[in-house]
Design a protein around this ligand. Structure first.
Ligand SMILES: *[C@@H]1O[C@H](CO)[C@@H](O)[C@H](O)[C@H]1NC(C)=O
Ligand SMILES: *[C@@H]1O[C@H](CO)[C@@H](O)[C@H](O)[C@H]1NC(C)=O
Length: 760
């Protein structure tokens, strides 16, 4: 019975001349309110409310009409909520297809505790992936609801158990599972001998109307994404203005947050290749009304398609779109109409119905004036053209203030497109606004078209998303404009809602970071700065120059000395960045870990690393130690803090030598820089034999800087690999087939080490 009612109601809608298989937003569901939604039947006991639920998903089966040959756009779901709720709770909704797959779920939102009688609570679906495809004319979906706490929802009688709301216990956090066959779920809502059906409804259609009361109507005719079922037009521009649909949705929310109430947004969901909704309704050369397309809208009409029947369907939908947009404009009493479009040019072009030659002519006057064009301006309802288009209170000027790096034309900073007159202009032409702006503008109805450059729309983003800063910048500019010309009191602070962390300040919709920080929320260290104890510090880093060749180094237990090593490295330092001096902060050594165990010889026992810094004369300046446990990650820098070091100064020398020394309490593998400069070799890899032969575990840097005659340097050699653990992990080394392992015969290597210093 209920299904039949749906079908009958839908038949009436489908038979109406404007519908066909193209869709205005249509309500699907149950509960008696909204076009296309089934009403409670006579004889029902009426609204029965007060069913508590929590940690339960409820599902209602709803027939879907009009989405079988062409997909529909999923817009929102409403749930009947009882006025007697006593607990605020989060709730969310979703949609399952008849085959059991979850196709969409909403963000969680609050169910308020206090509501008028039997309130509808709406959950909006937003984003790029809200296309709903069903498989046949008889198909249906399941609308599902879950709440975190007990919330009272509104029910009415259902004719049978089959029509009744299904129930499944599942926690709010885990709802909804990806696949669920609701047809076979046993739970049914029932009490007092009656089966009950949840009041829940869904809007589907090819046009989205986001409601609002601000004196502002956002319009997006070229951002549609539905292509299936729509043949490609044979003439005209086919590419959609990418992400203008999403930009419009987010701008709608942004203005809601700034102004306390939202604008209206009208968004066309069919891709431009199928219908150009910024054109007069017509095909070939003529409009439906018999006028020439050439006279109407950029020489074209909406729907030049190969087949006459496709054309009829497309023209019907274009008419639906335009009648919905017209009724929003008519009902809004002079609200600002803002069509949102995209341009391939790297600037914002504002269409105010003034041509390039109009703007050039006015800019050439002394003083510049648009007085000759007042009657053509699309903003004439709000003021004269010179003031509304070039003034510092114009929309273009507000936008330029909010995004100073972007070229915005026309604005007080850029009056006209001709670069000979207006030198900041990058292009000689300008788009002055399209058909939908033209047909709605009157002496009492203002509008301005916004052509958004790719960067602001997030043209290359994946998944598709507009640039967040651009949404805030355009939102702030519109807020300023509404405050001035419509006496609104929107928040114009451009950074509303922008998080810049503790090292940034929001300016012009982007985070301006303190010195040393960068990133969208100023959380990263800028170039030349390093993170030291949670702060980004300006550091001079002495170490291997970029691109230096590395060798995977080893410290072998079986080298000729048979001892753990103490290594030194001479740095010929360039301290020119240090100004009056640099405070050495730490020494970093690069360690290579080549398997889960961090080498068979770097066992899991913890160890100590010591480092010291010596000056050119051989005096130890400072030292430090770091306790380490074995690390599984491969290839890391090991940092050893150096406390209380004196400032290093350039003095009058071009280069100051410092020596880094390192010791370890067990064998580790470190990386070597191949072939350090000749001057560094005599200090490369040296150790003081006498000190360490006495007690290898009592490591120290003392006397380290003493020159070691080359003859006493370690006499490492190339050796045959005896087992994989002896392999020096040279590229393409295959120990099993008997390659040569790393040794140090004839070559001197330096540690891969850096010294970071903070300028005083
Ligand atoms: C244009 O409008 C502004 C603001 O209302 C006003 O100050 C200015 O005098 C007007 N200019 C002309 C030429 O009417
Ligand atoms: C620095 O070296 C001296 C002498 O070897 C030692 O006593 C001291 O503990 C070391 N300091 C640190 C921080 O390792």
């Amino acid at each position: 019975m209920l299904q039949m009612e749906f079908a009958m109601f839908a038949w009436v809608l489908l038979a109406s001349p404007i519908l066909g298989s193209s869709m205005a937003p249509i309500c699907h569901g149950f509960g008696g309110i909204g076009d296309g939604c089934a009403a409670a039947k006579p004889g029902d006991s009426g609204k029965s409310s007060g069913i508590s639920l929590g940690d339960t998903t409820l599902a209602v089966k709803v027939s879907v009409l009009g989405c079988f040959s062409k997909p529909c756009w999923l817009q929102n779901i409403r749930v009947g909520v009882d006025d007697s709720n006593s607990v605020a709770s989060l709730a969310k909704v979703g949609v399952y297809l008849s085959d059991g797959t979850l196709v969409a779920s909403s963000q969680a939102r609050d169910v308020p505790t206090s509501l008028p009688d039997h309130q509808w609570l709406a959950f909006a679906f937003r984003g790029h992936d809200k296309e709903l495809r069903t498989t046949s004319e008889q198909d249906y979906v399941w609308l599902v609801v879950n709440t975190e706490n007990s919330v009272k929802l509104t029910y009415e009688n259902a004719d049978s158990g089959d029509e009744a709301t299904r129930t499944v216990s599942e926690l709010f956090a885990g709802a909804f599972v990806a696949v669920r066959i609701w047809d076979t779920e046993p739970g049914r809502r029932q009490w007092a001998g009656h089966f009950r059906n949840l009041r829940v409804q869904m809007d589907l259609g090819d046009v989205s109307i986001l409601p609002g009361t601000l004196p502002l109507i956002l319009e997006s005719p070229h951002g549609g994404r539905i292509t299936e079922g729509w043949p490609t037009r044979v003439t005209g521009v086919l590419d959609s203005d990418r992400n203008t649909d999403l930009f419009t949705e987010e701008l709608w929310s942004e203005l809601g947050a700034r102004c306390g109430r939202t604008p209206v947004a009208v968004i066309f969901r069919v891709a431009r290749k199928g219908i150009d909704a910024n054109r007069a309704t017509g095909s070939g050369t003529h409009t439906r009304g018999g006028e020439l397309c050439a006279d109407q809208s950029n020489s074209q009409c909406c729907c030049d398609l190969a087949s006459a029947s496709d054309e009829e369907v497309a023209m019907d939908l274009n008419d639906v779109y335009h009648s919905l947009l017209s009724s929003e404009v008519a009902g809004a009493n002079g609200a600002l109409l803002v069509p949102i479009h995209g341009t391939g040019r790297d600037r914002v072009e504002l269409g105010v119905r003034l041509s390039a030659s109009d703007l050039n002519q006015g800019a050439g006057l002394a003083p510049p004036s648009l007085a000759d064009h007042d009657s053509d301006s699309s903003l004439r309802a709000l003021g004269n053209a010179t003031y509304m288009i070039w003034g510092t209170e114009s929309f273009g000027s507000h936008l330029k203030n909010n995004r100073p790096s972007m070229e915005v034309i026309p604005s007080s900073k850029l009056l006209c497109p001709d670069p000979n007159l207006c030198s900041a202009s990058s292009y000689t032409s300008i788009f002055n606004g399209g058909y939908n702006l033209k047909i709605h503008i009157t002496n009492t109805q203002p509008g301005v078209q916004v052509e958004m450059p790719q960067v602001m729309r997030g043209f290359w983003s994946s998944p598709p998303a507009p640039e967040a800063a651009a949404v805030k910048q355009v939102g702030a500019a519109l807020a300023s404009f509404l405050n001035l010309h419509y006496q609104e009191s929107c928040q114009t602070h451009v950074n509303f809602g922008l998080a810049c962390g503790s090292h940034g300040q929001a300016v012009s919709g982007t985070c301006m970071c303190e010195d040393g920080y960068e990133g969208s929320s100023c959380g990263d260290c800028a170039e030349g700065y390093l993170l030291v104890t949670g702060q980004c510090m300006r550091l001079v880093v002495l170490g291997p120059p970029p691109g230096v060749t590395e060798k995977y180094g080893s410290a072998f237990a079986t080298t000729s000395s048979g001892r753990p090593y103490l290594y030194t490295r001479k740095f010929s330092t360039d301290l020119t960045d240090c100004g009056t001096g640099c405070q050495p902060l730490d020494m970093s050594v690069r360690i290579r870990c080549d398997d889960n165990q961090c080498h068979s010889d770097l066992d899991s026992s913890s160890y100590t690393l010591g480092a010291a810094l010596f000056d050119a004369a051989g005096h130890k300046m400072c030292n430090g130690t770091a306790a380490r446990s074995a690390q599984a990650a491969t290839d890391w820098w090991l940092q050893i803090p150096l406390a209380s070091c004196p400032l290093l100064q350039n003095g009058n020398q071009d280069h100051v030598a410092v020596y880094l020394a390192l010791w370890t309490s067990k064998l580790i593998k470190i990386r070597w820089e191949q072939e350090p400069a000749l001057s560094a070799r005599s200090r490369g890899l040296q150790y003081k034999t006498a000190d360490y032969y006495q007690d290898p575990s009592a490591q120290s840097f003392e006397h380290l800087i003493d020159a070691v005659p080359p003859a006493q340097l370690p006499s490492w050699r190339d050796l045959s690999c005896e087992s994989p653990s002896h392999c020096g992990t040279q590229d393409s080394c295959d120990c099993i087939s008997g390659c040569t392992c790393r040794s140090w015969s004839g070559n001197f290597y330096g540690m891969m080490a850096t010294l970071s210093m903070q300028p005083a």
